[in-house]
Design a protein around this ligand. Structure first.
Ligand code: S3P
Length: 451
């Protein structure tokens, strides 16, 4: 049992640690990336769209609040009588957005900040100012601002637009061929969203592996979009202009949220089923990693898959295996980039030295996640270090002493620390557990019902 008291959560360990028979079925919370994009596409369409099973986490609420400020009506409906929660989005359409009277607050949300910068910069006559919280205000915006300026965007901002706050004066932008040096879905998506309002073909070439929701959703909405893979790179070509039609969007479960309970199950005994998880290979790299470490799991058909754009599975994870260390390549990192903190917890119990290569992007996430992962594992006495952009963890069977950890308001660090705490030899304390609400609002409640 654990309880939240003010700004800290006390996590009590599983009664028999790794020997605990954990048998549970739980519903995966909705996907954050798909919810952001569903809200954006619905707000771009004229008329009424519906987003079924949206994530009502703080990040997605930042996207919703931004769209409301532009004149889009968004109503929330609670889950009832077996029906999932939903939102209805009533919009005048992309061409009918009004300039907001006040600055937009993007909170902690990188996806809101990057994608909406692309979208707003490409909306003639729209004027938007925007800012974020302390963490978002340190995260690089130049990666979207620079290529947008190259096609005619007028964006002013702190440190010459490298950082929030920004002021965006929407323009008619030019379709072009962009070359991006990182596998980043947020930059790819920002440029594609801008390309929707350009006349002609917008092309984005980048290293392969970043999540592909924008492309898949645009194809389903009827856009003329094509993806080609060559020599470790992907090129997305999109013909504009294109206006998404109003429609129903159905949000699957978030693999990044499932990963916490997958690792909890893997490190204990028994079997945990996580229902309704999105099975998209740009998101499930963590399953590859767990499998190579020796974890047994199955993908089972989900109960109801009607209406989903992509495969959805029930993920059944079996505990009890002894884990072994692995090495991962930099090219694979984008497919599990958000899961590194929880995979690092698994690696702590895997025999040998795990090396995850090419994690430089973690330095510019909600915190310097590379440093915070090292800090978390050091708190429990682990031998963990970085070499350049690689993370190395010496793992094996171990006793974890009870610990206190401050995730610095990084949701994924708070949840990873909580899972690690389940294997400690006494209660552990996690500061600011509320930050989990960014992506998994009832994480601590769900955790308290398990074991
Ligand atoms: C996201 C893309 C990823 C991921 C982030 C959400 C998105 O970032 O880390 O949490 O919704 O597009 P990258 O831009 O590094 O791919």
């Amino acid at each position: 049992m654990q309880n939240e008291s003010g700004k800290r959560a006390i996590i009590r360990p599983l009664p028999q640690g790794r020997q605990t028979e954990l048998n549970a079925r739980l519903l995966c919370p909705p996907d954050k990336s798909v919810t952001h994009r569903s809200v954006m596409f619905a707000a771009m369409a004229v008329g009424k769209s519906e987003v079924i099973n949206p994530l009502m986490g703080a990040d997605c609420k930042s996207t919703m609040a931004a769209m409301r400020a532009l004149g889009v009506r968004i109503e929330e409906h609670q889950a009832s009588a077996g029906k999932p929660a939903s939102i209805t989005v009533q919009s005048p359409g992309w061409d009918g957005w009004a300039s907001p009277l006040v600055p937009l607050d993007f909170g902690n949300s990188g996806t809101t900040a990057r994608l909406l910068t692309g979208l707003f910069a490409a909306t003639p006559a729209l004027f938007v100012t925007c800012f974020g919280d302390a963490s978002l205000s340190t995260r690089p915006m130049g990666r979207v601002v620079t290529p947008l300026r190259a096609i005619g965007a007028k964006i002013m901002g702190r440190d010459d637009g490298k950082l929030l706050p920004l002021a965006i004066s929407g323009q008619q932008l030019r379709a072009t061929e962009h070359s991006v040096d990182k596998a980043t879905a947020q930059v790819k998506s920002a440029l594609l969203l801008a390309g929707l309002n350009c006349s002609g073909v917008t092309q984005v070439t980048l290293p392969s592996g970043s999540r592909d929701h924008t492309e898949k959703m645009l194809a389903a909405l009827g856009a003329d979009i094509d993806v080609a893979h060559l020599g470790g790179h992907e090129t997305v070509s999109l013909r504009g202009p294109f206006r998404p039609p109003a429609r129903q969007h159905l949000v699957p479960g978030d693999p990044s949220s499932a990963a916490f309970f997958a690792v909890l199950a893997a490190l204990s005994s028994g079997r945990v089923t996580i229902r309704g998880v999105l099975d998209n290979h740009t998101r499930t790299g963590f399953l590859e990693i767990l499998s190579r470490m020796g974890v047994n799991f199955e993908r089972q058909p989900a109960d109801d898959t009607t209406g989903y754009l992509e495969s959805v599975m029930d993920l059944v994870v079996h505990g009890g295996a002894s884990l072994k260390a692995i090495e991962t390549e930099a090219a694979a990192a984008p497919t599990f980039i958000d899961e590194v903190p929880i995979l690092a917890v698994a690696a702590l119990f895997a025999q040998g030295v795990t090396r995850m290569r090419g994690l430089g992007e973690l330095r510019v996430k909600e915190s310097d996640r590379l440093a915070k992962v090292v800090e978390l594992l050091k708190v429990v006495g682990a031998n963990v270090w970085t070499e350049g952009d690689d993370l190395l963890i010496e793992g094996g069977e171990r006793q974890v002493s009870s610990f206190a950890f401050n995730p610095d308001e990084d949701h994924r660090l708070a949840m990873s620390a909580a899972i690690l705490a389940k294997f400690a030899n006494g209660p552990c304390e996690i500061a600011d557990p509320e930050c989990a609400a960014v992506s998994f609002p009832d994480f601590f409640e769900v955790l308290s019902h398990l074991g």
